[in-house]
Design a protein around this ligand. Structure first.
Ligand code: HXC
Length: 256
């Protein structure tokens, strides 16, 4: 069986991590396949949003410890561990939604954090337990988690390996929404469909601007946002959206 399954449903692409026997542990084969699928859907005009999901027991239980256990410094340095296939996620311009049930531990939690929206099932559990291995969260966890939930909570999670349940994760702002397990797929797909129905260049501009807020001063970020806003006035879709509102009719976006 392929370690990553893909399908499209209307304008939504669905990528499913498929190593259930190892709780979707993230080895190079899986990360390469994930990166390839993300880039393929990002380039596909028929796709407006991408959903990333795992299985009912685990979204992903982290980097593959069985593989990492044998690596030395030069294996990761020369092999460009993380850089080689994790950085792909950052380059995706369309909205990516994570649907998380079960364990999102270590790299699995970091993978969810790299997505734009996280929909969590009640069974979802989030942790960065690398400290138990005398490792550290190395796929963005020490950087994205404090930005997502603040330093106090992030330090607690990283230093103690504490596990957050879905409600705590929601309370802390780590996830976007929490839904019952049997509604996770349907709710995430419905949300993705709704998002994919909007104008794609506007979605991409919003994603870029929100992400810029993590990487710039407020003044620079506001300036970036203003440039994106001005660009909207060069967009047929924005004129269509406003005209449709005034005419009290649904918009027909050209660039979806
Ligand atoms: C390799 C893993 C794995 C992992 C689970 N498995 N997590 N294999 N790497 N990260 C395997 C187990 O060895 C086992 O294989 C099978 O999946 C089922 O797991 P169990 O432990 O039997 O399940 P359970 O008792 O329900 O416990 C679930 C769990 C536990 C709490 C999630 O598996 C666990 O603690 N996993 C490790 C979590 C972790 O430390 N993640 C961080 C990794 S470091 P067998 O063959 O025995 O059935 C990391 C670094 C990130 O992510 C930075 C770089 C990307």
């Amino acid at each position: 069986m392929p370690v990553v399954l893909t399908e499209t449903r209307g304008r939504v692409a669905v990528i499913t991590l498929n190593r259930p026997e190892a709780l979707n542990a993230l080895n190079d084969e899986l990360m390469d396949a994930l990166g390839e699928a993300l880039l393929r859907f990002d380039a596909d005009d028929r796709v407006g949003a991408i959903v990333l999901m795992g299985g009912p027991k685990a979204f992903a239980a982290g980097a593959d410890i069985a593989v990492m256990a044998d690596w030395g410094y030069m294996d990761v340095y020369q092999g460009q561990f993380i850089t080689r296939n994790w950085e792909t996620i950052r380059s995706v311009r369309k909205p990516v939604l994570a649907a998380v049930a079960g364990f999102a531990f270590g790299g699995g939690c970091e993978l969810a954090l790299a997505c734009d929206v996280i929909v969590a099932a009640h069974s979802a559990r989030f942790a960065l337990p690398e400290i138990k291995l005398a490792m550290l969260p190395g796929a963005g966890g020490t950087q994205r988690l404090p930005r997502a939930i603040g330093k106090a909570k992030a330090m607690d999670l990283c230093l103690s390996a504490r596990v957050l349940d879905a409600d705590e994760a929601d309370l802390y702002g780590l996830v976007s929404r929490v839904v019952p397990d049997d509604e996770l797929h349907g709710a995430t797909l419905a949300l993705a469909e709704r998002i994919a129905g909007y104008s794609l260049p506007a979605l991409m501009a919003i994603k870029e601007a929100v992400n810029r807020s993590y990487e710039s001063t407020l003044a620079e970020g506001v300036l970036f946002e203003r440039r994106q806003l001005y660009t909207r006035f060069a967009s047929e879709d924005a004129h269509e959206g406003m005209q449709a509102f005034l005419a009290k009719r649904p918009p027909e976006f050209k660039h979806r």
